[in-house]
Write a protein that binds this ligand. Structure first.
Ligand code: ADP
Ligand code: MG
Length: 424
């Protein structure tokens, strides 16, 4: 089934075509018809499978067909998200597919001047994508009116319904009409959160696509046992050997992010960092730089990277294992998005083995162990020596298993030759 055969407006179809969206992904195939019918939907589908378009396309279609208009300050479709970056990213997806629809699409989030945002809301908007904090600020100041919301979307729904946000969501729902359509989207959801989601909607929820494998098949993910103090040498080596790739490195805390950045700087590797402690303009700038550079390294914490869609991230490195097992899925899911394939490697120190066990329990299966023999391990610590087998070999091996193109492998080989010749 092609998008061209869907019962959706030509204005949306035109944009889909312009952006090379020809066939729906599984979640789009299953969710779009139900949403078009007005049903409440809880959709659970793996990372990178196109959940954003799965709600954005039918939501916009419903807004177009209902034909209502937003009065000043009113919002017709409210999309709530956990982070500022995600608000901005989802805004651009709506704008991409809504370019010819005439729908007014705005995002609001904290950390930046609110004046441009209030100007955007002045005449009313069709779609507002917002983090809860800024949304309530704007509502309390009278800039935002939720009384005619027709569609409520919670993206990263499990996070939005978890203790940090649930009160905000309940509060928001108080101001939104009961006769609304509610859509929940996430890559991970547990029974408790599912029950909570059910309790927030009037109609029975219609859809659940629960993948057997929680990690997308496009992600080859492995774990290597590396002691805490040695991690930076391994990271250095991986980055230097994959100098032409876009690499996303996850660490546990803001402080760790800064430290790893400094350690990399000492060995000549420039890496951006993104975490909650940085101001918003800076975060956006770092993210854009990472998105636009052909090769780059970005160090991130969990909070700042949920849902982020950056095409071409070839490697995810879990420099530290995540504290929450489900965050493993969200982290490794930053690679292998859409039709791409990617590689994720976790550095597990002895003291992190209990976390690994939790992750494996959550996944329902063990994570493949990348074996590094003693000699290789020692050689990684002494980078000046020419290693026998190294990350490159191990990664090439994994790439071959994954079927990532030979052209790519060739490129890497060639590069290592130039490196050698430079050394001489
Ligand atoms: P999710 O929210 O499920 O993690 P996203 O909505 O961020 O995934 O989409 C992941 C990537 O897949 C995006 O870069 C998007 O442009 C691409 N994508 C989504 N749907 C399609 C499709 N039908 N055809 C081609 N690419 C798609
Ligand atoms: Mg998403």
């Amino acid at each position: 089934m092609h998008f061209s055969r869907y019962h959706i407006s030509d204005s949306i179809k035109k944009s889909l075509e312009e952006h090379g969206f020809i066939k729906p992904t599984d979640i789009q195939f299953k969710a779009i018809p139900s949403i078009l019918k007005g049903e409440d939907v809880l959709a659970v589908a793996q990372t990178g499978t196109g959940k954003t378009a799965a709600f954005a396309i039918p939501a916009m279609e419903r807004l177009l067909s209902s034909g209502r208009r937003a009065e000043p300050s009113q919002v017709r479709c409210l999309v709530m998200v956990p982070t500022r970056e995600l608000a901005s990213q989802i805004e651009s997806v709506f704008k991409k597919f809504g370019a010819h629809t005439g729908l007014k699409i705005v995002s609001t989030y904290g950390g930046v001047d609110q004046n441009p945002q209030t100007n955007g809301l002045n005449k009313g908007v069709d779609v507002l994508i917002s983090t809860p904090g800024r949304m309530f600020d704007l509502r309390n100041q009278g800039f935002l009116d939720l009384s005619v919301v027709e569609i409520l979307v919670l993206d990263e729904a499990d996070q939005m319904l978890a203790p940090g946000f649930i009160r905000d969501i309940r509060d928001a729902i108080k101001h939104i009409p009961g006769r609304r359509q509610t859509l929940f989207f996430s890559a991970t959801i547990n029974e408790e959160i599912k029950d909570l989601a059910y309790s927030l909607v009037r109609n029975a929820i219609r859809i659940q696509i629960s993948p057997k494998d929680r990690v997308s098949k496009n992600v080859n993910h492995q774990v290597a046992f590396i002691e805490m103090d040695d991690k930076r040498f391994f990271l250095e080596r991986l980055i230097k050997e994959q100098a032409e790739e876009r690499i996303l490195v996850f660490v546990r805390t803001k402080v760790r992010a800064e430290r790893v950045q400094a350690a990399m700087a000492r060995v000549g590797i420039e890496a951006g960092i993104i975490h909650g402690g940085r101001d918003q303009a800076e975060r956006m700038e770092v993210l854009d730089k990472f998105r636009n550079a052909s090769a780059a390294v970005l160090i991130a914490t969990d909070v700042s990277a949920r849902g982020i869609d950056i095409p071409g991230v070839r490697y995810v490195v879990n420099y530290d294992l995540p504290d929450e097992a489900e965050n493993y899925v969200h982290r490794v899911g930053r690679t292998g998005r859409g039709m791409e394939k990617g590689f994720a490697i976790s550095f597990c120190a002895t003291e992190e083995k209990p976390q690994l066990e939790e992750i494996e329990e959550f996944l329902g299966k063990p994570v493949t162990h990348l074996s590094i023999n003693r000699d290789d391990y020692q050689m990684s610590l002494a980078l000046s020596e020419k290693p026998k087998a190294d990350w490159k070999d191990l990664i090439e091996q994994a790439k071959n298993e994954l079927g990532i193109g030979l052209a790519q492998a060739g490129k890497v080989k060639q590069k290592s030759k130039t490196k050698k010749s430079q050394k001489k």
